[in-house]
Design a protein around this ligand. Structure first.
Ligand SMILES: [Zn+2]
Length: 482
């Protein structure tokens, strides 16, 4: 069980922060951020604010007796073999259900952007979140958004999760972030911005999220909204993690602050922040996890690319007896504890799971490891298909002597940094740079079809030469982490 600090989570202050120990000094900050989560919607719907008895996080729930926040490692997955929406959805069906729900609620549907985010910004290589599409110029109010409010399902690639892929049952490196965004500017702002007034803010955002769950037939008493302030790339704001049946299905971020040495809020990166003139609803709903929730398969991978998993199992000669299959399903409910960011180490996490299942750890490891490898291969293939589809190709020459390509590291997959460095030794080409187009085409045609067939519109930055270059200052402000 991992320990999370109550104060750190509420404030967004990291326990390693020097100032963390002077709790009293933070009281004003705490109360003002706590206020940010006291929504009228929560009151109207008879939610209560509770403190998790395991990790001390604060969360909002309709269930007045609830003691745990719902998120692993505080709770196990509670939807495996127990699909938790009214119907089963395929990936395509879930994407459509999400986008049409938000269209029906006044949002315009926007085509996804490329996964090569460096086509429109200088500070990142890959698209890691839907908000990347609108940084830095739209979020800072210099350029109007393509629609306001809007909804999108954005293919993303996150290298930092690579060591969890296959093991936790829920992490994927390639995924689609479904989202709804609203871009607001303060009425009393002195400067002019590319959009004016408030479209909607926190109450409506949570209400939309709740409404989506309801439209899918979820048990609303099982949803928890955890207070978890967000900080990224010079911006910050209150944020809410949305947990259902042991899985984090969405994050609702209220980007409303910018770094300011004199700001009144101190956040988890140790920096101070003040309110901005623009404030942006930045949500992220994991398409794959919503699909998984509707199917209740042992892992997200079986829900998202079942044919690929079957193909790989067959070719790796993996065939399970009924008894083994049962054990896999039991282990799947506990796989959330295999999170490298939360667990002490993988061996301990596996041993604890084996103890709970009452099986020898060696037996469990021998059963699970080949499956975990297969899951990772399937997910890596999808990440590659995304990359090839947007013109990202491997490059061996220019950085051949960099640490990421040394012979030692090539055989070492144990650290995130090594694996991440290997992946980032890929170059992102503009189509005009390609001199190996035929090779790329054949690679794409043999890769799994990119699930979202919608291509970025001609207005999308990746396809247009007219997109303005970001200013260094704006880029700095919007540099984003996940
Ligand atoms: Zn908890």
């Amino acid at each position: 069980m991992s320990w999370r600090c109550n104060v750190s989570r509420t404030l967004g202050v990291s326990p390693s922060s020097e100032r963390f120990c002077s709790v009293i000094g933070h009281r004003t900050v705490m109360s003002s951020l706590e206020q940010e989560y006291r929504l009228e919607y929560f009151e109207e719907e008879n939610f209560v604010r509770r403190e998790c008895s395991s990790c001390w996080a604060h969360f909002w729930t309709r269930d007045h007796d609830r003691e745990l926040c719902g998120e692993p490692p505080c709770e196990d997955y509670r939807f495996i073999d127990d699909p938790s929406f009214d119907e089963e959805y395929s990936l395509e069906e879930m994407r459509e259900a999400f986008l049409s729900y938000f269209e029906d609620h006044g949002h315009e549907r926007i085509d996804p952007y490329p996964v090569a985010a460096n086509r429109w910004r200088d500070d990142v290589l890959l698209t890691q979140a839907s908000i990347y599409d609108f940084q830095p110029l739209v979020t800072s109010g210099q350029t109007p958004p393509p629609a306001n409010p809007l909804t999108i399902s954005q293919p993303c690639i996150r290298m930092q999760d690579i060591d969890n892929v296959g093991k936790t049952g829920r992490h994927t490196m390639a995924f689609e972030m479904m989202a709804h965004h609203a871009f607001n500017a303060r009425e009393d702002a002195e400067d002019d911005y590319a959009y004016e007034g408030e479209v909607y803010w926190k109450d409506e955002t949570v209400e939309y999220c709740d409404g989506l769950f309801e439209s899918l037939g979820a048990d609303l008493d099982e949803i928890t909204y955890i207070e978890d302030p967000w900080v990224g790339g010079g911006n910050a704001g209150p944020a809410i993690e949305v947990i259902y049946k042991g899985a984090e299905l969405a994050t609702l971020v209220f980007m409303s602050m910018e770094q300011d040495p004199d700001g009144e809020y101190e956040m988890k990166d140790g920096n101070r922040y003040s309110k901005m003139d623009t404030y942006v609803v930045d949500t992220g709903y994991g398409l794959e996890r919503w699909t998984w929730m509707s199917q209740g398969t042992p892992t997200v991978y079986e829900a998202v690319y079942p044919e690929m998993i079957e193909f790989l199992k067959e070719h790796a000669n993996i065939d399970h007896s009924d008894e083994e299959e049962q054990l896999i399903h039991r282990a799947a409910k506990l796989a959330g504890h295999m999170d490298i960011d939360e667990a002490e180490d993988m061996e301990t996490a596996r041993t604890e799971i084996a103890d709970r299942l009452d099986v020898p750890v060696d037996e469990l490891t021998a059963l699970m490891e080949p499956l975990e490898d297969i899951y990772a291969i399937a997910d890596h293939c999808r990440a590659l298909a995304y990359m090839f589809g947007d013109g990202i190709v491997p490059r061996m020459s220019a950085r051949a002597t960099s640490p990421g390509w040394s012979s030692d590291e090539r055989s070492d997959s144990s650290t995130t940094s090594a694996s991440t460095r290997r992946w980032t030794n890929w170059s992102i080409c503009r189509p005009s740079d390609w001199n190996t187009r035929t090779a790329i085409r054949s690679a794409i045609s043999s890769a799994p079809r990119r699930p979202n067939t919608a291509r970025p519109s001609t207005a999308a930055p990746g396809r247009s030469n007219s997109w303005p270059k970001s200013t260094p200052e704006a880029t700095n402000r919007s540099r984003s982490t996940s």
